[in-house]
Every structure is written in C-alpha cells, then in structure tokens.
Write a protein that binds this ligand. Structure first.
Ligand code: DON
Length: 304
C-alpha cells in the first residue's frame, strides 16, 4: 500500500471540499493561529514517515496529551486509581460539570477534563517534577527532543480557567483529589500547552499501534494488554460526545484536541496524526475527521 499517494489524494480531496469550522477561542491565544493550516503524517511500524501539507509544523496538542498522561499511570490499572475514574463514554461535552455531580465525583473516563485532572493529580503525587516527567516521556516516545511548552498558550488558558478550576474543586469536595489545586492545574495546563508536529505525534503514538512497544524509545512502554485497553478507551471516549460518530465514520482509536489535532492508530499497521485548526461544535477538527474518514475508506480497512 502506497501510504504517501493515499494521503496526498486525501489532502487534495479534503481541501477541495472547503470545509469550515471555528478555531477554538475559549482559550484566547489559540484563536491567533492561521486557520488554513492542514497536515497529515503516517508512521508505519518500520518507522517510515509519509507526510503532506503542514505535517512538520508544531501545533498545540491540548487534549491529545491526555493519552500520554494516562499511559504514565496505566500500570496502576488494578489499583485504587481505577476506583477514582471510570471507563465509560460520557456522551457529554469534555468540560461538563453536571455529570460529575450526578456521579458523585467519579469522572466517566480519563479523557474528559474531570478525568484528566484526576490523572494529573495522580502524576503530581507520583513525581516531584510532573511536568518535566511528562515532557521527557513524550520526547522518549517520539525518539527525539521535539516537545515544547507554549507558555503564552498555557498562561492564556490559566487566565480563563474557571471551568477547570470548578471541576478540580468539585473533585476535591468528593475527596477525589489529593494535591493542591493550583499545583495540579499548572501541570494540566502545561501538558495541554505542549506543541508537537503531526510527524512527531504520529511517532509518539506508534507504540499503541505496536502492542505497547515503541520502536523509537526501543523498549516496551506498556504491556500488550494495556495497549489494547488504551486503544479501547480512545475508541469509546477519545472524541467525547462525538466518539460514536468518529467510530462510525473512521473506525480507528484516536484522540482529539481543541488545537485541531487528531492522533489515531491502526493496530499492527501505522499511527497517524492530522491537524487543521477549525473545529466543529463538539470541539473536534472538521478537516482532520474528514481526512481520516477518507483515509480508511481508501485503504478499505479500519478496526472493523
Ligand atoms: O482543558 C481544556 O479545556 C483544554 N486544555 C483541552 C480541551 C481539549 O482539547 C478538548 N478536546 N477536544
């Protein structure tokens, strides 16, 4: 299969559709990005890179970082952590507060903001310098030093943090939050403000297409059974209240971010990252979803 030719076709066809969305503006600094950027990168399990468009340009990975933070605590799967966060699709927006009250402070899954805050809280308990640990973990997965924290975006989100702060206080009220709220939020905004290109993101996701073994880090990151479970969570929860639609249209485990990126994997074949900043009303990139839909259609395979 000539992945390069396929993604070039996908790129042309998506551009011709002139899809429109809205760049995220609730984090003001995110809206200063050029909305017309669009890139696709595939990395196969031999490490070959196929890329088109703006695939080498760093962008704000936002919630895609939650896959990495989850991976860092996944070995605690059989422990207390899994009584603190559930593994069910939420069917609600990523920053919903209502569900957290109905369900007594146990977030539906580790990818909605409340769940990701619990994971970041666990990392803050585990490490003296959690942000540095997250940064070096992602660099290791990519096989090179490529991750940078955009301090302007981080500060911009911190100044508009009312909802995430409310979620954290809510978790604390239900005794599902161990550390200082400001400290955990600082780590959370730092990992959301990390910047990577499509190609580096696809490299960093490669272990999830490869039963937990990273060819770039040259070690097993997590066991095969844990890699399968992270993929299951991405498939069922990776796109919040659009997860069913993404499984229906694309059929790959993936994770989106409000910076307009999506990273996904085709187990035993490749990892892929697509980026274009304009989002639909669910907070997922319109062009990236369309590109991945065309990709699995053209390849005639997905998980299904
Ligand atoms: O906490 C937030 O709202 C952002 N830092 C991340 C949200 C996000 O990327 C949701 N994904 N589509």
């Amino acid at each position: 299969m000539d992945y390069q030719q396929v993604i070039e076709e996908v790129y042309e066809e998506v551009n011709a559709l002139q899809l429109k969305g809205k760049v995220a503006s609730y984090i003001p600094e995110l809206s200063s990005v050029d909305p017309n950027q669009f890139g696709i990168a595939i990395v196969d399990l031999a490490g070959n890179v196929y890329g088109v468009g703006d695939y080498q340009k760093p962008f704000s990975i936002q919630s895609i970082s939650k896959v990495f933070t989850l991976t860092m605590v996944f070995h605690k799967f059989k422990t207390k952590l899994w009584s603190r966060v559930n593994v069910e699709p939420s069917g609600n927006p990523f920053n919903s507060i209502a569900q957290l009250e109905y369900e007594k402070g146990i977030p539906r899954n580790p990818f909605i903001n409340a769940g990701a805050l619990v994971i970041t809280d666990a990392l803050t308990t585990k490490y003296a310098q959690p942000t540095t640990e997250i940064l070096s973990f992602i660099n290791e997965l990519s096989g090179k030093t490529c991750v940078e924290i955009n301090e302007v975006i981080k500060n911009s989100e911190m100044k508009h943090a009312d909802r995430n702060t409310a979620l954290a206080y809510f978790l604390k009220a239900y005794k599902n939050f161990d550390n200082d709220i400001a400290e955990v939020l600082d780590v959370y905004f730092a990992h959301c403000a990390m910047e990577m290109s499509c190609v580096d993101l696809a490299r960093a996701f490669s272990f999830l297409a490869n039963d937990g073994y990273s060819i770039f880090a040259q070690r097993e990151i997590i066991s095969e059974s844990y890699a399968r479970r992270i993929n299951a969570l991405m498939l069922t929860c990776g796109f919040y209240d659009e997860s069913g639609e993404f499984a229906f249209r694309v059929g790959l485990p993936g994770k989106s971010g409000v910076g307009g990126g999506i990273a996904a994997v085709m187990p035993h074949k490749f990892s892929v990252a697509v980026w274009s900043p304009e989002l639909n009303e669910k907070g997922n990139s319109v062009k990236a979803i369309k590109a991945l839909e065309l990709l699995t259609d053209k390849l005639s395979f997905s998980l299904f």
